[in-house]
Design a binder for this molecule. Structure first.
Ligand SMILES: [Zn+2]
Ligand SMILES: [Zn+2]
Length: 844
């Protein structure tokens, strides 16, 4: 078998794979690139060079899979085209639509004519799912439901030379219009799978759907116009069904929803093909029901004036193509709506780098540049912009599960951007050494010999090292030198590398381990395009890989946070020259030294930086601690550094003074002598108490209700949090990743923990959504407190005599005023301050 990738490799767009197998030549998909700058066509010249085409197989009707079908079919009229019945119908609608667009664009030569489309459609053999068809001599084709959009198929092509599985675009989760991918255990020899979201995990679908409803409810409640630009095929139908269900369940008040653009034609095709839809929806249609429209949800009639529609009073929702605002009615609506403060645009899908939709998404991160270029004109953006993730592609876990199910030895990753493909490919290769992972590039040919593969003998290597010990990372230089001496410039799969090392074939677990070591080793690299083949790096590469990594301050700060969460350090000092970090504690003698050394060793191992503790105690903090314990009874305080001991003289001894001394030791690690009486030894009981979690702690921790849920990827979690807090009166000042004995968790710092506790419900809901444990930091931000109090006092014309101070125990800020007090003004300040920060305020 041979595979040549004409398009859609290391990119999303122009999917087109040329396959030679069993003496026949196939084309899997024939898409188009729609992102402005690159050539829109796949590299079709190759087909001619390779001697033509016997059949075309089409996965689904998105333009990046069908956009050049008329061209290729015109060039090879004898090649039959295979696709599902529904894809055939949708293809007709989409290609006719693009004919219309071509006719309107003067700058581009039409790539094909209506006649070409008609001729091509005449060569289509429509198929049903799971019905095997002999398409050529000795070649059988079966299509399986792929999820993604209605009619989408995975193709299984059985040839004399081996069996090939092509996923097309797929999704495993169930959507409103269709179920997820459904394939039996096929055991193909080669699998080609899409990798659109190979590096991320999706948020829960229901959560995203609810968010969409919530946003529409919020905006329409204030009488706003909401534009939801959506891909005509797939996404729009999902959006309409979500809105329809929400109105039926009364989660959304009745509001007019206008459906515009090609969406209307696609809806018609859906309605005509109920058997390709999800059971309940299909049944509704078969019973004579209308799937998408209701008295609220209506298509915009061709005669209807769009401007007038926007000028009607009151709230309305518009669902219209195109999805990226690159054309179609959605662009016309957007031109008006972006300029209005009473409008909201909700983006629901993937946005190309150069699309106007992407400009809107960028606004979400970068608040200053509120501009968009639509149809050549730059317009300021005044409307609200939101994003809801309703992807129709499988995420990383779904791709992995599909590959596991197929258990193909040869895996090609396509339909993903380069970074994603490389990252996911590396992970796949690491996970199973037997899997040959290819990261194909456009224009490259990949021969795969399936039958011969197993007959290849590993012991044909003339030089072996005959080692009896297992290969470890430390052995890499030795193997590297040997490799370069005897096999210079050659590439080997891990099974053969094991033979070089041990002199004979090895068990699977040995190979698996070796694969991991080789992938991470500075001495070897997996081949760029065939991840299962390793190469010995040259000297220069090794040197570069071995050079110590220069960490940035931020990197280190994060790493220190991760490694030393259990330690309440106050500050970090960096010493770049000697690669050392010094942690400052209030009470360095109270920390668990054994644990610290353990963490410090791990830290040094991974970063090359040493980490140490500044031994000085913070005596100001200790002084406050004593003052808090004894108050005005405290008469004299002294300390002895050599003995690590404090001594106090207090008036009127009390029963619980002994406890106070123990508490002091627990917190600071220093003994406390009261009126000359010193505790005799540092007893162990005190030490254990230090390790107990105070009961209060639990109140600040929020655990996901579903304990089995895997935490979502970090960036996704952060964006989920931001979305949840958007528009709330108080914001999270800092989100950090921390670690305790149960693993990683997120910590939210608010201006004060009291403010954080106002959002118990929200935080619990976020924890449930993202699957992370979340803790509210039990610390106030003194800077913010002082800033706020100064501002409030200034507003009321109260002059401060000196800087405010904060009393942690009582969570109160003390303010000394310059002049005699106006109690009314002070009360006003105190009240607002309490509202803003949850902290009290006292004037003195
Ligand atoms: Zn697609
Ligand atoms: Zn696609």
């Amino acid at each position: 078998m041979e595979f040549i990738f004409l398009g859609g490799a290391m990119e999303i767009g122009a999917s087109s794979i040329y396959v030679k197998a069993g003496g026949k030549r196939f084309l899997l998909d024939s898409g188009i690139r729609q992102s402005g700058t690159k050539d829109p066509l796949p590299d079709f010249r190759t087909i001619q060079e390779q001697g033509g085409l016997d059949a075309v197989i089409v996965s689904h009707a998105h333009m990046d899979h069908i956009g050049t079908l008329p061209i290729i079919s015109k060039a090879y009229p004898n090649a039959r085209i295979y696709m599902t019945v529904m894809t055939a119908e949708l293809t007709r609608v989409l290609l006719y639509d693009s004919l219309k667009i071509m006719a309107h664009r003067e700058d581009e030569i039409p790539h094909y004519t209506e006649q070409d489309v008609l001729d091509m459609l005449g060569r289509v053999t429509p198929m049903r799912y799971q019905a095997e068809l002999s398409i050529l001599e000795d070649v059988r084709l079966t299509l399986y439901p792929a999820g993604h959009i209605a009619g989408a198929a995975c193709a299984c092509l059985a040839t004399e030379e081996g069996t090939l599985f092509y996923s097309g675009d797929f999704a495993a989760f169930s959507q409103r219009t269709i179920e997820g991918i459904h394939v039996p255990k096929l055991r193909p020899d080669v699998a080609i799978v899409e990798t659109t979201y190979g590096n991320r995990l999706h948020a829960n679908r229901q959560v995203e759907e609810r968010r969409l409803v919530e946003l529409v409810r919020e905006c329409t409640a204030c009488g706003q116009k909401v534009l939801i630009p959506a891909f005509a095929l797939g996404r729009s139908q999902e959006v309409l069904l979500i809105l329809r269900a929400a109105m039926q369940n009364e989660e959304l008040p009745s509001v007019p929803v206008y459906v515009d653009g090609m969406v209307r034609d696609i809806n018609t095709v859906y309605t005509r093909n109920p058997t390709f839809l999800k059971n309940a929806l299909g049944k509704r249609i078969l019973r004579g029901g209308e799937p998408f429209y209701t008295k609220e949800i209506q298509p915009v009639a061709p005669s209807q004036n769009r401007e007038a529609l926007l000028e009607t009073k009151g709230a309305a929702v518009i669902v219209s193509s195109s999805g990226m605002l690159t054309g179609g009615p959605s662009m016309q609506y957007a031109k008006k709506l972006v300029q209005s403060e009473d409008a909201c645009i909700i983006i629901t899908g993937y946005q190309d780098e150069e699309s106007p939709g992407r400009q809107l998404l960028n606004l979400l991160e970068n608040k200053e540049e509120r501009k968009i270029t639509l149809d050549g004109t730059t317009i300021p953006v005044k409307c609200r912009v939101e994003q809801v993730g309703l992807s129709a592609h499988g995420d990383k876990s779904e791709i992995t599960a599909l590959l596991e199910r197929l258990s193909a030895r040869q895996v090609f990753l396509v339909h993903g951007n380069e970074e994603t493909v490389r990252e996911y490919g590396k992970e796949l290769a690491m996970a199973d050494y037997r899997r040959h992972v290819y990261l194909p590039e456009c224009g490259q040919a990949y021969p795969v010999e399936i039958r011969k593969k197993r007959q290849q003998l590993d012991n044909t290597l003339p030089y072996t090292m005959q080692k009896t010990t297992a290969f470890t990372a430390k052995d890499a230089p030795l193997l590297w030198a040997y490799w370069r001496e005897h096999y210079s410039g050659r590439r080997f799969p891990v099974s053969q590398i094991a033979v070089i090392w041990h002199g004979r074939q090895q068990e699977e677990d040995v190979l698996q381990q070796m694969q991991g070591i080789l992938t991470e080793s500075p001495y070897f690299s997996p081949n760029m395009r065939q991840l299962f083949l390793f190469e010995a790096n040259n000297e220069e590469e090794v040197e570069k890989a071995l050079a110590p990594k220069e960490w940035t301050m931020q990197d280190l700060e994060l790493l220190v946070q991760e490694h030393f969460t259990a330690f309440p350090y106050r500050k970090m000092g960096y010493y770049q020259d000697r690669h050392e970090i010094v942690l400052l504690f209030d009470y360095p003698d109270s920390i668990d030294k054994t644990l610290f050394c353990e963490r410090a060793a791990a830290f040094q191992e991974s970063t090359g930086w040493t980490i140490s503790v500044n031994p000085s105690m913070n005596h100001t903090a200790a002084g406050s601690l004593l003052y808090a314990a004894f108050g005005s009874r405290l008469q004299k305080t002294s300390y002895y550094v050599d003995k690590k001991q404090y001594a106090v003289t207090i008036s009127g001894e009390e029963e619980n003074d002994r406890e106070a001394a123990e508490e002091f030791y627990r917190q600071t690690g220093w003994l406390l002598c009261i009126n000359g009486k010193c505790p005799d030894s540092r007893n162990a009981a005190v030490r254990t108490a230090a390790n107990q979690i105070p009961a209060q702690e639990l109140e600040y921790m929020f655990t996901p209700s579903n304990a089995a849920m895997q935490p979502v990827e970090q960036n996704l979690a952060f964006s989920c949090i931001e979305q949840s807090f958007a528009g709330l009166p108080d914001q999270i000042e800092k989100k950090s990743i921390r670690q305790d004995e149960r693993g990683k968790y997120l910590e939210f710092s608010f201006v004060s923990p009291m403010v954080g506790l106002r959002y118990r419900e929200e935080i619990q809901r976020i924890a449930d959504q993202i699957g992370w444990r979340i803790r509210i930091a039990d610390k106030v931000n003194q800077n913010t407190l002082f800033q706020r109090i100064r501002m409030l006092c200034a507003e009321q014309g109260i002059a401060l005599a000196k800087n405010p101070s904060y009393i942690p125990d009582r969570r109160v800020v003390v303010v000394k005023t310059a002049e005699a007090a106006d109690t009314e003004k002070q009360a006003a300040v105190a009240e607002t301050f309490q509202k803003q920060t949850g902290c009290g305020c006292e004037f003195g």
